[in-house]
Structure formats: structure tokens, C-alpha cells
Write a protein that binds this ligand. Structure first.
Ligand code: HT9
Ligand code: FE2
Length: 346
């Protein structure tokens, strides 16, 4: 096999109250996020004792992937590194080099394109290799998987289960959510010359594929967890406002599916299970939240299948017409100028 390891690359999250502010400062450095927004988000973390579930969830997924690799007879050690919190990717890549890893595949914990969901993970790879210097391993990032049949099937089953939770006979509206991004970032998503909006178009496509599998014709795609200064426009509507709008239209129950995320990290459990669920309750609406795919056995199978595309010539399975993007070496962008970051406020 031409690869020595798999690097699991994620966002990171605090693991105690004293981590919260330094973590948030890492996330927002140079991004013009107002102090009040940081204080507000810090409160969300403190509500859970300053511990985000994201690192634990990643460790659980890694264990499942290790079992799946072993079951398929693949000997590939898995390393874990994050963009914003320990284990930091720079430290992990240094350890990989010390362990003699020459070439590794990288699984980013985001299924989509766009700056925050794809290109920023390339930047993390480049930064980590640069920090290690000579002897840093070659790092090949796995492709976007929002349209992979295993991903779509796992989410479709989760949406079906959430509808079942509300009970037979409840006609709940299915609402897909993803992390909002600045409109300028979405406009710049994708290779130059394609018209942009790769991120929001891929979210819409994933939602369409899930709805199609379930035979659902009526559904919505909305956004959550907006950040940044209030004067900068981000993708809308927000899920909480959308619940109000559905209520006004006479909809009496919703199933919310966070199709933009792979695990129940803090933005899912705060923004959906608290804020959106509370609003639905206030309005007397039924509310159920579809599980994210990380605990579904198909998620580990998906990761191993993406690995096998590189190690065993496995078929590149995908359900959409979007090109298979995001697979790059050593942090290069997919194409020059692909998914450039939004202009930062001075
Ligand atoms: C597209 C997207 C994804 C999905 C792709 C992927 O999964 O990678 C994602 C995931 C996540 N975002 C997360 C947390 C945060 N995101 C923030 C801020 C921001 N997110 C953005 C976008 C995205 N974010 C953007 C454009 C900003 C503004 C700052 C900037 O321009 O970069 C902030 C700052 C405070 C605030 O919310 O204002 C926090 C704390 C966590 C971890 C939660 C946990 O700890 O469990 C995860 C998985
Ligand atoms: Fe975020």
C-alpha cells in the first residue's frame, strides 16, 4: 500500500471551562467576530461545563474506523488532529513524522466544499506541514462526500426515524439545516468561472438526495449558527426564524435534519436541541431532530471506502452530478482561487 497512515482532521472543541476562551480566540482570530458574539457562544459552552462533545465524538468515530479498517484487512494507523484545539494538527503531523510516516491520507470531518468546509482544511494541512518542516509527510486529502450513497442513506434513515418519533399520522415538515456562512464566502465557493455558491448548492443537493430517498416532496433548506458582525450578510433564513414562519403557515410539527454536519457537536446540541426545540415548544409545534451520521456503521464504511479509492482503486461512488472535488495534495486548493476566504473586516 502506498500510504502509511490516515489523519483524521477536525475542527476541535474545548474540553474544560478554562479552554473555552482560548479555543474561541483560535477559531475567530482575524475574522472580525464581535466580542459580544464570543461571550454569547462562550455561554453556550459553559452551559455544558465548558466541554464540547466534538473531541469525544471524533475519538468514537476513529475507533469505529479502526475496527472497519481491521475488518477489511487494511493496516493503516489513524492519527487525530484539529484546527482549533488539542490535539492540534501541527503536533499530530510532527508525531506522524517522528513515527516515520512518509505519506498519509487525510479525512476531513466535513462533507462539503466551500471555504470553511473544505479549503480551510487545506490551509490546516499546509500550516501543519510547514510547522514540521523537512521530513513532514505528504498529505493527500480525501474528497467531499456529501453525495456518497452511504452518507445519504445514513441521513435518510435518521430522518425517517425522527418522523417515526413524532408518531404515525403527524405530518411533520422536514427541514434541513447547515452552518450559515457569509454570502460573500458562498459566492466565492467553487473553482473560479463556475459562478460560485458550491457550498449552498451542495447542501441543497444533499437535502434533495435525502428527500428523494424518502419520497418527501415538500421540505426546506435553512441555516443555523450564524456568526460575524451583524452588518455582514450571511445565508438565511435562520432555523429559529423559519420555525416561526412555518408556524404562521399552519405547519404543526417539524423534523430538523442537520445535513451540514457529521456529528452532534455543540452547534447542533445548542442551536437545534435547545434554541430551535424551545421555539417549537413555545409555539406548540411537534419537534424531532434527526441524528447526525457519525454513529451509523455506514459512516465508518464510508471513510474506509474513500480510503480504498486511493489504495485499492475502489469505485468513486456518488449520487450527484457535481464533480468529485476536495481531493488535494499537501494543502493545495482544488484549483487556483477555489473557495477563497471571504474578505475580512479591517
Ligand atoms: C461551514 C462551517 C462549518 C461546517 C464544516 C465543518 O464542520 O468544518 C462549521 C463547523 C463548526 N463550527 C464550530 C464552531 C464554531 N464556528 C465558529 C465560527 C464560524 N463557523 C463558520 C462556518 C462553519 N463552521 C464560519 C464562517 C464562522 C465565522 C468565523 C470564520 O470566518 O471562520 C465559531 C466562533 C464563534 C461563533 O459561532 O461566532 C465556533 C465556536 C464547530 C465546533 C463545535 C463544537 O465545539 O462542538 C464546528 C464543527
Ligand atoms: Fe463554525
Amino acid at each position: 500500500m502506498n500510504y502509511d497512515a490516515l489523519l483524521w482532521l477536525s475542527f476541535g472543541g474545548p474540553e474544560g471551562p478554562e479552554d473555552v476562551m482560548p479555543f474561541l480566540e483560535n477559531v475567530t482570530r482575524g475574522r472580525g467576530v464581535p466580542r459580544e458574539r464570543l461571550e454569547e457562544v462562550a455561554e453556550h459552552y459553559r452551559h455544558f461545563g465548558g466541554v464540547s462533545p466534538i473531541n469525544r465524538l471524533n475519538r468514537e468515530s476513529i475507533a469505529a474506523v479502526e475496527r472497519e479498517l481491521a475488518a477489511q484487512g487494511l493496516e493503516l494507523p489513524v492519527y487525530f488532529g484539529n484546527r482549533n484545539w488539542h490535539p492540534m494538527v501541527e503536533d499530530t503531523v510532527a508525531r506522524m513524522a517522528a513515527d516515520g510516516v512518509r505519506r498519509a491520507l487525510v479525512f476531513p470531518t466535513s462533507a462539503y466544499g466551500g471555504y470553511s468546509a473544505c479549503r480551510q482544511y487545506d490551509e490546516d494541512i499546509a500550516r501543519a506541514r510547514e510547522a514540521v518542516g523537512d521530513g513532514a509527510p505528504e498529505l493527500v486529502k480525501l474528497r467531499q462526500f456529501f453525495d456518497h450513497p452511504l452518507f445519504v442513506a445514513a441521513i435518510a434513515d435518521a430522518v425517517r426515524a425522527a418522523h417515526a418519533e413524532l408518531g404515525e399520522g403527524t405530518a411533520a415538515r422536514t427541514v434541513f439545516t447547515a452552518h450559515s456562512v457569509p454570502l460573500s464566502a458562498d459566492a466565492a465557493a467553487g473553482p473560479p468561472g463556475e459562478g460560485g455558491h458550491r457550498y449552498s448548492k451542495q447542501i441543497a443537493e444533499a437535502a434533495r438526495l435525502v428527500a428523494e430517498q424518502l419520497g418527501i416532496d415538500e421540505y426546506d433548506v435553512v441555516w443555523q449558527s450564524r456568526s460575524g458582525p451583524p452588518q455582514v450578510p450571511w445565508l438565511e433564513p435562520d432555523i429559529v426564524d423559519h420555525i416561526d414562519a412555518l408556524h404562521e403557515q399552519g405547519v404543526d410539527a417539524v423534523v430538523v435534519c442537520p445535513v451540514g454536519f457529521v456529528s452532534d457537536h455543540l452547534e447542533v446540541i445548542w442551536d437545534l436541541d435547545n434554541e430551535a426545540a424551545d421555539r417549537a415548544k413555545e409555539l406548540g409545534m411537534g419537534f424531532a431532530r434527526a441524528a447526525t451520521p457519525n454513529h451509523d456503521p455506514r459512516f465508518a464504511e464510508l471513510v474506509v471506502e474513500l480510503v480504498r479509492e486511493h489504495t485499492a482503486g475502489a469505485e468513486v461512488r456518488k449520487l450527484s452530478k457535481f464533480p468529485a472535488a476536495g481531493c488535494t495534495a499537501n494543502g493545495a486548493p482544488c484549483a487556483p482561487g477555489c473557495c477563497e476566504p471571504a474578505a475580512r473586516p479591517a
